[in-house]
Design a protein around this ligand. Sequence first.
Ligand SMILES: Nc1ncnc2c1ncn2[C@@H]1O[C@H](COP(=O)(O)OP(=O)(O)OP(=O)(O)O)[C@@H](O)[C@H]1O
Ligand SMILES: [Mg+2]
Length: 266
Amino acid sequence: MPLDAYRINTEPYYEPQDTEIDIFTAAYSERLPVMLKGPTGCGKTRFVEHMAWRLGKPLITVAAHEDMTAADLAGRYLLEPSGTVWHDGPLTQAARHGGICYLDEIVEARQDTTVVIHPLTDARRILPLEKHNEIVPAHADFQLTISYNPGYQSAVKDLKESTKQRFIAIDFGYPPPSTESTIIARESGADSDLATLLVRIAERSRNLQGHGLDEGASTRMLIHTGRMVRAGLPLAAAVRAGIVLPITDNPDIRAALTDAIAACVP
Ligand SMILES: Nc1ncnc2c1ncn2[C@@H]1O[C@H](COP(=O)(O)OP(=O)(O)OP(=O)(O)O)[C@@H](O)[C@H]1O
Ligand SMILES: [Mg+2]
């Protein structure tokens, strides 16, 4: 099987926040494209890995970036000793052989790149490869999922209306406190007291969102901080290195955050 290397054989741990599993399952059963929206480190990538495992489909992940071209997604001819040989790009591989293609941080790509997904994400379900003179009909198992962080949106970096309106959307946020502390304990090995404290610390940082911070501490940051404590660092040093310093360079906001955190540490 061509995409065997992309199959996920062991269950990626995922703690549901809401009804996202049902929504994705329904969308996949209709082969509708899905957009995962939410701040950094809140579980979007883990969720799509979990869903690919649950549905038993290969997962091909592509990190979008500014310099990405349509050829990086669709494919190109490469010069080899035997001559020029066509190589399918990741999007074409998923469309041709059947799998979930996950385009991470889609808004990073230029709009002229993003439009290559259009014929695959409407009723046509085809991928025209102009350079290869081929039209690839999407495999029955093909589905496209994209992620983006609405916080980073700007007028220049947003999806075209015609791209947005092709997708089913799922909003991700930070999980409810008890779920988040379960995740932190499980992923970092922190005990439940430490995990609960880290969630309280995160709440303080999230209160500063829009008041100096673009985003509060992510679940990922809390896991890293928990791991630093597990590795032997005192809590205050781990919180400073794991949360306060990475999240902002502004001395005043660092001080405000440090004070807010100190107030919730017993
Ligand atoms: N609901 C969840 N269940 C299990 N683990 C989770 C969950 N949410 C977050 N995590 C943990 O948080 C980490 C960060 O999540 P993930 O990498 O999925 O974030 P993301 O939303 O894709 O972030 P980014 O936008 O920066 O790519 C994961 O590696 C995982 O350990
Ligand atoms: Mg991610």
